[in-house]
Write a protein that binds this ligand. Structure first.
Ligand SMILES: [Zn+2]
Length: 237
Protein backbone atom coordinates (compact mmCIF):
# COMPACT_ATOMS: atom_id res chain seq x y z
CA UNK A 1 0.00 0.00 0.00
CA UNK A 2 1.29 3.40 -0.93
CA UNK A 3 1.85 5.59 2.08
CA UNK A 4 0.97 9.22 1.79
CA UNK A 5 2.91 12.00 3.41
CA UNK A 6 0.22 12.67 5.97
CA UNK A 7 0.30 10.29 8.90
CA UNK A 8 -3.46 10.62 9.40
CA UNK A 9 -4.14 9.02 6.03
CA UNK A 10 -2.42 5.89 7.20
CA UNK A 11 -5.01 5.09 9.81
CA UNK A 12 -8.72 4.41 9.93
CA UNK A 13 -11.55 6.58 8.71
CA UNK A 14 -12.78 5.48 5.39
CA UNK A 15 -15.49 8.06 4.88
CA UNK A 16 -15.31 11.63 3.63
CA UNK A 17 -14.15 13.33 6.79
CA UNK A 18 -10.95 11.84 8.02
CA UNK A 19 -11.18 14.00 11.12
CA UNK A 20 -14.71 12.92 11.98
CA UNK A 21 -13.48 11.03 15.03
CA UNK A 22 -10.85 13.56 16.02
CA UNK A 23 -10.60 16.46 18.38
CA UNK A 24 -7.94 19.09 18.06
CA UNK A 25 -6.76 20.60 21.31
CA UNK A 26 -4.28 22.71 23.22
CA UNK A 27 -3.49 23.03 26.90
CA UNK A 28 -3.71 26.48 28.45
CA UNK A 29 -0.31 26.81 29.98
CA UNK A 30 2.95 28.67 29.66
CA UNK A 31 4.89 25.81 31.21
CA UNK A 32 6.55 23.09 29.16
CA UNK A 33 4.26 20.11 29.00
CA UNK A 34 5.57 16.67 29.77
CA UNK A 35 4.07 15.14 26.64
CA UNK A 36 4.63 11.44 27.43
CA UNK A 37 3.03 11.95 30.87
CA UNK A 38 0.13 13.86 29.33
CA UNK A 39 -0.47 11.09 26.79
CA UNK A 40 -0.41 8.45 29.45
CA UNK A 41 -2.86 10.40 31.61
CA UNK A 42 -5.25 10.90 28.72
CA UNK A 43 -5.11 7.22 27.86
CA UNK A 44 -5.58 6.38 31.52
CA UNK A 45 -8.87 8.26 31.63
CA UNK A 46 -10.34 5.50 29.49
CA UNK A 47 -8.84 2.80 31.66
CA UNK A 48 -7.62 0.99 28.57
CA UNK A 49 -11.15 0.16 27.46
CA UNK A 50 -10.81 2.44 24.47
CA UNK A 51 -8.14 3.17 21.97
CA UNK A 52 -7.07 6.73 21.53
CA UNK A 53 -4.19 8.12 19.54
CA UNK A 54 -2.60 11.42 20.42
CA UNK A 55 -0.46 13.15 17.84
CA UNK A 56 1.44 16.40 17.92
CA UNK A 57 0.26 18.65 15.09
CA UNK A 58 2.59 21.53 15.93
CA UNK A 59 4.23 22.62 19.20
CA UNK A 60 1.45 22.80 21.79
CA UNK A 61 -1.24 21.58 19.41
CA UNK A 62 -2.54 18.01 19.60
CA UNK A 63 -4.85 15.75 17.69
CA UNK A 64 -6.87 13.27 19.73
CA UNK A 65 -8.02 10.48 17.49
CA UNK A 66 -10.78 8.13 18.62
CA UNK A 67 -12.05 4.91 17.13
CA UNK A 68 -15.67 5.20 18.22
CA UNK A 69 -18.00 8.15 18.15
CA UNK A 70 -19.31 7.25 21.63
CA UNK A 71 -15.84 7.62 23.07
CA UNK A 72 -15.32 10.98 21.45
CA UNK A 73 -18.71 12.21 22.65
CA UNK A 74 -17.92 11.00 26.14
CA UNK A 75 -14.74 13.05 26.08
CA UNK A 76 -16.66 16.10 24.80
CA UNK A 77 -19.47 15.73 27.34
CA UNK A 78 -17.36 14.93 30.38
CA UNK A 79 -14.86 17.71 30.23
CA UNK A 80 -13.06 19.79 30.80
CA UNK A 81 -9.90 17.74 31.07
CA UNK A 82 -6.69 19.09 32.44
CA UNK A 83 -3.14 17.99 32.79
CA UNK A 84 -0.61 19.34 35.28
CA UNK A 85 -3.01 22.15 36.15
CA UNK A 86 -3.50 23.20 32.52
CA UNK A 87 -6.96 22.97 31.07
CA UNK A 88 -7.44 21.29 27.71
CA UNK A 89 -9.37 23.27 25.11
CA UNK A 90 -10.70 21.09 22.30
CA UNK A 91 -12.79 21.47 19.20
CA UNK A 92 -14.11 19.24 16.45
CA UNK A 93 -12.85 19.55 12.88
CA UNK A 94 -15.41 20.20 10.13
CA UNK A 95 -15.28 18.41 6.77
CA UNK A 96 -12.44 19.91 4.77
CA UNK A 97 -11.18 21.82 7.81
CA UNK A 98 -7.52 22.31 8.53
CA UNK A 99 -6.91 21.04 12.08
CA UNK A 100 -4.18 23.61 12.65
CA UNK A 101 -6.58 26.48 11.92
CA UNK A 102 -9.46 25.54 14.21
CA UNK A 103 -10.29 28.17 16.85
CA UNK A 104 -9.52 26.88 20.35
CA UNK A 105 -10.95 29.42 22.73
CA UNK A 106 -13.96 27.84 24.36
CA UNK A 107 -14.39 25.34 27.16
CA UNK A 108 -17.62 23.84 28.46
CA UNK A 109 -17.92 23.98 32.23
CA UNK A 110 -20.53 22.78 34.67
CA UNK A 111 -21.07 25.68 37.02
CA UNK A 112 -22.84 25.80 40.35
CA UNK A 113 -24.88 28.87 41.22
CA UNK A 114 -25.08 29.58 44.95
CA UNK A 115 -27.18 31.98 47.01
CA UNK A 116 -30.04 31.99 44.54
CA UNK A 117 -33.36 32.67 46.33
CA UNK A 118 -35.60 29.61 46.02
CA UNK A 119 -38.26 31.53 44.10
CA UNK A 120 -35.62 32.26 41.46
CA UNK A 121 -34.82 28.61 40.92
CA UNK A 122 -36.32 27.96 37.53
CA UNK A 123 -35.10 26.85 34.16
CA UNK A 124 -35.66 30.26 32.59
CA UNK A 125 -33.62 32.03 35.29
CA UNK A 126 -30.93 29.40 34.84
CA UNK A 127 -30.80 30.16 31.16
CA UNK A 128 -30.38 33.88 31.81
CA UNK A 129 -27.70 33.23 34.40
CA UNK A 130 -25.98 30.76 32.09
CA UNK A 131 -25.84 33.41 29.40
CA UNK A 132 -24.26 35.80 31.86
CA UNK A 133 -21.56 33.41 33.08
CA UNK A 134 -20.91 32.14 29.56
CA UNK A 135 -23.23 30.76 26.88
CA UNK A 136 -25.99 28.60 28.29
CA UNK A 137 -25.80 24.99 27.12
CA UNK A 138 -27.90 22.93 29.47
CA UNK A 139 -29.48 22.65 32.83
CA UNK A 140 -28.99 19.74 35.19
CA UNK A 141 -32.53 18.71 35.99
CA UNK A 142 -31.25 15.82 38.12
CA UNK A 143 -29.73 18.33 40.49
CA UNK A 144 -33.19 19.66 41.23
CA UNK A 145 -34.82 16.47 42.39
CA UNK A 146 -34.94 17.27 46.08
CA UNK A 147 -36.90 20.08 47.68
CA UNK A 148 -33.83 21.76 49.10
CA UNK A 149 -30.92 22.40 46.82
CA UNK A 150 -27.82 24.21 47.80
CA UNK A 151 -27.07 25.36 44.29
CA UNK A 152 -28.34 25.29 40.72
CA UNK A 153 -26.18 23.41 38.26
CA UNK A 154 -25.85 24.49 34.63
CA UNK A 155 -23.46 23.86 31.79
CA UNK A 156 -22.03 26.88 30.01
CA UNK A 157 -19.56 27.57 27.26
CA UNK A 158 -16.83 29.88 28.51
CA UNK A 159 -14.47 31.96 26.37
CA UNK A 160 -11.05 31.36 27.87
CA UNK A 161 -9.81 34.77 26.71
CA UNK A 162 -12.16 36.55 29.11
CA UNK A 163 -11.83 36.69 32.90
CA UNK A 164 -13.96 34.08 34.67
CA UNK A 165 -17.19 35.62 35.90
CA UNK A 166 -17.66 35.27 39.62
CA UNK A 167 -20.99 36.69 40.70
CA UNK A 168 -24.07 38.48 39.51
CA UNK A 169 -26.47 40.88 41.11
CA UNK A 170 -30.07 39.91 40.51
CA UNK A 171 -33.36 41.39 41.54
CA UNK A 172 -36.97 41.96 40.61
CA UNK A 173 -39.61 44.63 41.17
CA UNK A 174 -40.91 42.99 44.33
CA UNK A 175 -37.75 42.14 46.14
CA UNK A 176 -34.41 43.35 47.29
CA UNK A 177 -31.42 42.81 45.06
CA UNK A 178 -29.21 39.89 45.92
CA UNK A 179 -25.91 38.54 44.69
CA UNK A 180 -25.52 35.02 43.35
CA UNK A 181 -22.11 33.39 43.36
CA UNK A 182 -20.69 31.01 40.81
CA UNK A 183 -18.31 28.08 41.26
CA UNK A 184 -16.74 26.11 38.44
CA UNK A 185 -16.44 22.33 38.43
CA UNK A 186 -13.11 20.82 37.34
CA UNK A 187 -11.46 24.20 37.25
CA UNK A 188 -7.73 23.97 36.55
CA UNK A 189 -5.06 26.60 37.26
CA UNK A 190 -5.86 30.20 36.46
CA UNK A 191 -4.61 33.68 37.28
CA UNK A 192 -5.99 35.11 40.53
CA UNK A 193 -5.00 38.63 39.39
CA UNK A 194 -6.58 38.64 35.88
CA UNK A 195 -9.09 35.81 36.29
CA UNK A 196 -8.11 34.17 33.00
CA UNK A 197 -7.33 30.50 32.42
CA UNK A 198 -4.48 31.06 29.99
CA UNK A 199 -1.80 31.75 32.60
CA UNK A 200 -1.06 31.62 36.29
CA UNK A 201 0.25 34.38 38.53
CA UNK A 202 3.80 33.27 37.94
CA UNK A 203 3.49 34.34 34.31
CA UNK A 204 1.12 37.26 34.87
CA UNK A 205 2.23 40.43 33.06
CA UNK A 206 -0.10 42.54 35.18
CA UNK A 207 1.52 41.20 38.33
CA UNK A 208 5.04 41.67 37.00
CA UNK A 209 4.26 45.27 36.02
CA UNK A 210 2.50 45.99 39.31
CA UNK A 211 5.22 44.47 41.49
CA UNK A 212 4.43 42.53 44.63
CA UNK A 213 2.57 45.39 46.30
CA UNK A 214 0.58 46.71 43.38
CA UNK A 215 -1.71 43.78 42.66
CA UNK A 216 -5.03 42.78 44.05
CA UNK A 217 -6.39 39.28 43.68
CA UNK A 218 -10.05 39.44 42.83
CA UNK A 219 -10.19 35.72 42.03
CA UNK A 220 -9.16 32.78 44.16
CA UNK A 221 -9.50 29.12 44.97
CA UNK A 222 -13.01 29.77 46.22
CA UNK A 223 -14.07 29.79 42.55
CA UNK A 224 -13.55 26.02 42.44
CA UNK A 225 -16.63 23.96 43.08
CA UNK A 226 -16.14 21.26 45.71
CA UNK A 227 -16.33 17.69 44.38
CA UNK A 228 -19.93 16.57 44.16
CA UNK A 229 -20.89 14.01 46.74
CA UNK A 230 -22.03 10.65 45.44
CA UNK A 231 -20.99 11.39 41.86
CA UNK A 232 -18.69 8.86 40.23
CA UNK A 233 -15.72 10.56 38.61
CA UNK A 234 -14.55 7.75 36.37
CA UNK A 235 -16.15 6.09 33.44
CA UNK A 236 -18.17 2.93 33.79
CA UNK A 237 -18.36 0.83 30.73
ZN1 LIG B 1 -2.71 37.41 35.17
Amino acid sequence: MRRTKNWFDEEVIKNGNKFELCLVGRFLTEKNLNIPAMKSKMVDIWRSTTRINIKILSPGLFLFQFYHNDDMQWMVNNGPRSFDGAILVTNTIPVGGNPTKIPLNEVDFWIQIYDLPSDFMSESIDKQLGNFFGTFLMYDSNNNASIWREYMRIKVKVDVRSPLKRRKKIGSKNRKECIVNCKYEKLADFCFVCGVLSHTERFCKKKIEGGTEGVTRKWGNWLRAPPRRGVAQGRSK
